[in-house]
Design a protein around this ligand. Structure first.
Ligand code: SAM
Length: 278
């Protein structure tokens, strides 16, 4: 019988965030696939777990993925961990999930620490609709193109960012979204120096020009304002009623149709039509 693949999230700072279920899954797995075995070994030592570790990272994922799938098909259970947070989210794992799914292997994702969701919840930005944009390119041109594609985006946008790229990213964002756009910079989440700076792009640039940024950042940027809908005026309504009656429609039906088309109350259209006749 085939084994299973478990996606096991690990703390993004506070070691207390490892859940009982994650701990048990790591204990019970036949082997653990880790982004960086040295990083994961520290966590396993902290948890008192001794387990066979294999490395699975960006540059060996093609070959290692096949080997992991073979082992699972032969009956072993694998727990995949990344350095911190949820595997497969801007971390290795996406392809392994695809390979396992294609091979008919059951994949189980355990919920847990994830920087994007932690940042969104604490950001103070609108959380109803959002999009996750991962890391922007280090190359100015592609970074700019990526941001241009988001110019009209009305949902809250979330980005991962490294401190040494932060200022360049904020500058590109201000150029595309405008320096008044609201942003929450969520830094060192769940760690001793956790900080959330809720400000504008322009003010964030000033702040981090004076004090160079340190630590890990998630940027939560407000979406663009919805375009203002033009509301039809009374004279638009009167004009439309006239057009319709001239085409042979009864005044009653013309008023009803105009109200629907222009999204106006029927009595407003009626008053406008009567007033135009006076
Ligand atoms: N898969 C992980 C997750 O979703 O939590 C993210 C891995 S990604 C390679 C690392 C990025 O996540 C960092 O560059 C930073 O943008 C963000 N990040 C991770 N831990 C963080 C923390 N404690 N505080 C703020 N941002 C963090």
């Amino acid at each position: 019988m085939a084994g299973m693949l478990y996606l096991v999230p690990t703390p993004i700072g506070n070691l207390g965030d490892i859940s009982q279920r994650c701990r048990e899954t790591l204990e019970q797995a036949d082997f653990i696939a880790a982004e960086d075995t040295r990083v994961s070994l520290k966590l396993l030592n902290h948890l008192g777990i001794k387990k066979n570790l294999v490395s699975y990272f960006e540059h060996n994922k093609a070959a290692k993925g096949n080997m992991i799938v073979e082992r699972i098909l032969s009956g072993e259970t694998c727990a995949l961990v990344s350095d911190a947070g949820s595997p497969a989210i801007s971390d290795p794992g996406e392809e392994l999930v695809q390979q396992c799914a294609a091979a008919g292997i059951t994949v189980c994702a355990i919920p847990g620490p994830c920087a994007v969701i932690t940042a969104l919840s604490i950001s103070g930005q609108s959380t109803g609709r959002f999009c996750f944009e991962g890391f922007l390119s280090t190359a100015k041109k592609s970074r700019r193109e990526h941001l241009e594609s988001l110019k009209e985006e009305q949902r809250t946008m979330i980005f991962y960012e490294a401190p040494h790229k932060l200022l360049a990213t904020l500058q590109s964002m201000a150029e595309v979204f405008g320096s008044d756009r609201s942003i929450s910079l969520c830094r060192e989440l769940t760690k001793l120096h956790e900080e959330v700076v809720r400000t504008t792009l322009g003010q964030a640039i000033e702040k981090y020009t004076q004090t160079p940024p340190k630590g890990e950042f998630v940027l939560v940027v407000a979406g663009a304002a919805a375009p203002v809908k033009e509301t039809a005026t009374a004279s638009d309504a009167a004009q439309r009623v006239l057009e319709l009656t001239r085409s042979g429609i009864s005044k009653k039906d013309a008023i009803k149709q105009t109200a629907q088309e222009l999204n106006l109350p029927k009595n407003v259209v009626y008053d406008a039509a009567i007033h135009a006749e006076e």
